[in-house]
Design a protein around this ligand. Sequence first.
Ligand code: TXA
Ligand code: MG
Length: 341
Amino acid sequence: MERVIRASQAELDAAVAALRAGELVAFPTETVYGLGADAANPDAVRQVFALKGRPATHPVIVHVADAGQLSRWVRAVTPEAQQLAEAFWPGPLTLVLPRAAGVHDVVTGGQETVAVRVPSHPMARQLLQAFGGGIAAPSANRYGRLSATQAAHVRDEFGDAVKVVLDGGECPVGLESTIVSCEPGRLRLLRPGSITLGQLRAVVGDVQVGADASSPRVPGSTLAHYSPQTPMQRVPGEQLAARVAALCAGGQRVAVLALRAPPLARPDVIWMTAGLGHEAYAHDLYATLRTLDKAGCAVILVQEVPGDERWDAVRDRLVRAAAREATDGGTLPTFSVGELP
Ligand code: TXA
Ligand code: MG
């Protein structure tokens, strides 16, 4: 089936009218679906927090049609931020910059910075161009849960509570954007995404990994995040078959997300193969975890993924999805060891 990636004029009109009326619009981006509100309307943005169940201290990303709109949201664009924007926008990169006067606290979580991004998905671009303003949008999922990479996932999360859901098919990347905080002379990778540390460094030289005490807070770095309801454990590939066998021997149904096909088919094992390529794996990850989460298993075992940096974003999400305790501010060293500062 051909992927639907452009909204009709009627869909766009309805979405823009909803945003102008202070209502929410879910829309596709190249990373994941966003739950959007007019970023200049604090009451509308508050509804996003209420619907997600998201703490008010967690800031949201402002999406804009192009970098020319940044001055409404950002006080000053550092030279490094400019270089990154030129290299990767439109695309899956979020820049954290000093906020402009008039950007509401509800957007920034009361911080002096604001996160901005120019998405590349054709439907997101259509929406942003037609709306003309900034759209504040976190991922379109209940707080702490798996992100949505299909319109059906958004409906699963929110039902009729979100009236306008633009359906752009499956999100091509499948993982949330790379987030870089840009303080003068000091760049930090706050969340890994499909744009890797190596790609960032190739453009701007030094980029440090993770936040420190003085960095902007990234509540998405809360340890437990992106989680299925079924407990999830990461297992080294060579131990996978034995772990599955032990759990089944104990009478449990087991879900498995593996890089390879199952050694043998068993009725009490739901085994999904994610493939060996990091892009296909990322594309399918949330949809696969949603399917496994609904399979009625006692546990989801996830085979550990390769250690190279192209897998950093996937590994980061798997570590957080497997964490049960929310320890806010936890910044995990989930990057490749060779990449740590
Ligand atoms: O790919 C994405 O980034 C998707 C799509 C919809 O654009 N959005 C997304 O939003 O993942 P959300 O809210 O689920 O994650 C945004 C992350 C959060 O961890 C938030 O704490 C962080 O960005 N963030 C937002 N504003 C920030 C700021 N001013 N300083 C530091 N971190 C910020
Ligand atoms: Mg999110």
